[in-house]
Ligand binder design. Structure first.
Ligand code: ADP
Ligand code: MG
Length: 637
């Protein structure tokens, strides 16, 4: 048998190795930004086109490279940052493996311009498939500009694997946020498709955080600052009210390097303890500084995880520091906060952040929908109309029966008329364009007991209603989610939900990621009754909200909606619209544990009965279970 093992050609070996470091445009952004920081720059510009698929460029004013170094930089394991194995334990730079530029050169077309301060002319180099195809002197500023064009142009399989531009851009913004947050004394700008997305002036950490996460954090950050011989911690935690339903803004940095650490994250979460809801995640940006010999950064391809020499100490320390900050702030708010804000905050700390308030708002919204019949903006989904009419007739007949109780002949007549109406209603489509009659009438009759039968709420979660031959147990939240879901589907496809204009429009400031997201959702949100306009600089103006929603905090509502939406984000099955509708149905639904009046219960049942698919929630869970007399008697006899 002949020998079969051979060495891979350089460019293939490089491509394989690149897979580890450069997984998507955002990985390249991270590496290039880190190189610019390592070069001592204090002003760094990021330019992105097509979510990095066609161009990623980083321009810095750092120390630049000599001509030889510029050539060397693209070799694998070529680095100026470490020399000996000892150096690995004292890393002060972001990079040290000498892999990034080699990887980038293997998967994109590169144009490098660089000049050191003592050079008169700089160096221009073009690289493709890891091969230098052009090199010449060039007049340029001190510093470095690296442009990567057409990422994965030579690996179609990987190019096809990239997600939508929105999704890739979101990853880029995430990386940009993680890198820039740690270097508030460096000026950054981010130009996306020729539009400035971020201009981050030099400033304090707090300023940087609010520039990145949104101005609304300004009065909501609590400083954390502790010093020991072993390690230092500083940064900010969000006041309890900023806790979110998804792990959004949680940033840990160790020696200025962003890391993911579920373990330390747990330390913060437990420090917040009772102050935020169980299913909420606190916001924080915490920086741990410790002797680099106490950590191993070299355990993960993109260095996002590190190993601590003694993880338990760090855990205990982080937890104590956060607790301390929270305690301090509840008794003696720092001077950073205005009086007004600190008073509010005291309240927020004493009263744990629960979902109760949110529930109150939604409960009253439901109540309003049904109780304020004469509201000018009251919504009457057209497909409920016939159902309501028949119910009205029923009521009238019943009232008449009661009045005529003495006249038995008359009563009989009324009764038979009532029976006839019901029968008709269930059998024949009343109106042609009416969707609720297109489906199996048995389902309707399933719930066709609602108006007369007594209803009970059980455990503030279930509704029990007697049926003709047993009873029905209804899950109030799931049922309402179904109702809202169909209402919203109808709104986006046919009849937009009416908007109630705000007397005083409110402005909402979002992080850039959320702003991109909200902007995308605006057309559908408009059909769903929100009137929101882009105001520029990641700010939006809420001009109006759905007319049938109680007015709570509109900004909070939008923020929560985005959080819910992000929950679905990795779900490829759903369109954006579907995700939005599902998020909104979940958000606005009556929650478990919410006490309902009889009127609210009946309204809910009536709406459920009018649904196309009343028996399942949007997520496919049952909305009700039927118990028949015969089933019951089998159990008991
Ligand atoms: P590493 O950062 O791990 O050293 P890279 O492949 O990212 O490896 O970079 C290789 C080398 O190229 C760096 O060590 C540095 O000397 C040089 N280099 C890269 N980017 C820049 C830059 N923007 N300015 C100056 N030198 C740079
Ligand atoms: Mg590097």
């Amino acid at each position: 048998m002949p020998d079969i093992i051979q060495l891979l050609p350089d460019n293939i070996a490089n491509q394989i190795a690149a897979g580890e470091v450069i997984q998507r445009p955002s990985s390249a952004v991270k590496e290039l930004l880190e190189n610019a920081i390592d070069a001592g720059s204090d002003s760094i510009q990021l330019i992105i086109n097509d979510a990095g698929k066609s161009l990623i460029q980083v321009i810095d004013n750092g120390k630049g490279m000599t001509t030889t170094d510029a050539r060397m930089a693209f070799e694998r394991h070529a680095t100026s940052k470490i020399n000996t194995i000892e150096d690995l334990f004292h890393i002060k730079t972001m990079g040290f493996r000498g892999e990034a530029l080699a990887s980038i050169a293997a998967v994109a077309q590169i144009e490098l311009k660089t000049k050191t301060a003592d050079q008169e002319l700089g160096t221009y180099i073009e690289i493709e498939n890891s091969v230098v195809i052009k090199q010449e002197p060039i007049a340029t500023n001190t510093g470095t500009s690296i442009a990567m064009k057409n990422l994965f142009f030579n690996i179609p399989a990987r190019r096809n694997f990239l997600k939508s531009n929105t999704s890739e851009l979101r990853h880029i913004i995430d990386e940009f946020t993680r890198v820039t947050m740690a270097f508030p004394h460096v000026h950054f700008s981010f130009i996306n498709n020729s539009q400035p997305l971020f201009i981050l002036e030099k400033g304090s950490l707090k300023q940087r955080i609010t520039q990145l996460l949104g101005n609304n954090y300004n009065a909501k950050l609590v400083p954390v600052q502790e010093h020991t011989d072993y390690l230092d911690i500083n940064g900010f935690i969000g006041k309890p009210e900023t806790a979110k339903k998804t792990r959004g803004d949680q940033y840990f940095f160790v020696n200025n390097r962003f890391i993911k650490s579920p373990y330390l994250n747990h330390a913060v979460a437990t420090a917040f303890d009772q102050m935020i809801g169980k299913d909420c995640f606190p916001t924080y940006a915490l920086f741990i500084q410790l002797d680099s010999a106490q950590i191993d950064i070299n355990v993960h391809p993109t260095k996002q995880e590190i190993k601590f020499e003694d993880e338990k100490i760090v855990y205990a320390f982080v937890q104590a520091a956060v607790k301390h900050a929270l305690a301090q702030f509840s008794i003696a708010p720092s001077l950073d906060f205005t009086l007004d804000a600190s008073i509010q905050q005291l309240d927020a700390v004493n009263k744990p952040f629960t979902t109760e308030k949110q529930q109150q708002a939604t409960s009253s919204s439901l109540y309003k929908t049904f109780s304020q019949k004469n509201q000018a903006h009251k919504i009457e989904p057209s497909n409920l109309q016939p159902w309501k009419e028949i119910r009205q007739q029923e009521k009238e007949i019943k009232a008449a029966i009661e009045q005529q109780a003495t006249n038995t002949d008359e009563v009989k007549e009324w009764k038979s008329e009532l029976a006839k109406i019901k029968e008709e209603f269930l059998k024949t489509p009343v109106s042609e364009n009416n969707e609720i009659f297109d489906h199996d009438p048995i389902r309707l009759s399933d719930l066709n007991i609602l108006i007369d039968a007594p209803v009970f709420q059980l455990l503030n979660t279930y509704i029990i209603v007697q049926s003709e031959n047993g009873f029905i147990l209804i899950h109030q939240q799931l049922a309402h989610e179904r109702v809202l879901y169909e209402k919203f589907i109808n709104a986006v496809h046919q009849h937009p939900i009416a908007t109630q204009q705000n007397l005083f429009p409110t402005t909402i400031h979002l992080s850039a990621t959320d702003a991109v997201l909200l902007n995308e959702l605006l057309p559908d949100l408009n059909r769903l009754g929100y009137s929101i306009e882009l105001f520029g600089n990641n700010a939006f103006v809420i001009q109006g909200t759905p007319a049938d929603i109680a007015n709570g905090s509109q900004t909070k509502e939008i923020e929560q909606l985005l959080e819910r939406y992000k929950h679905f984000n990795n779900d490829l099955h759903f369109s954006k619209r579907e995700k939005l509708i599902r998020s909104m149905a979940a958000q606005q639904s009556i929650k478990q544990g919410q006490i309902l009046t009889e009127r609210e219960i009946k309204a809910l049942l009536e709406q459920l009965a009018a649904c196309k698919t009343p028996n399942a929630s949007p997520n496919g869970k049952p909305t009700y279970i039927k118990y028949t007399l015969s089933q019951l008697s089998k159990i008991f006899e």
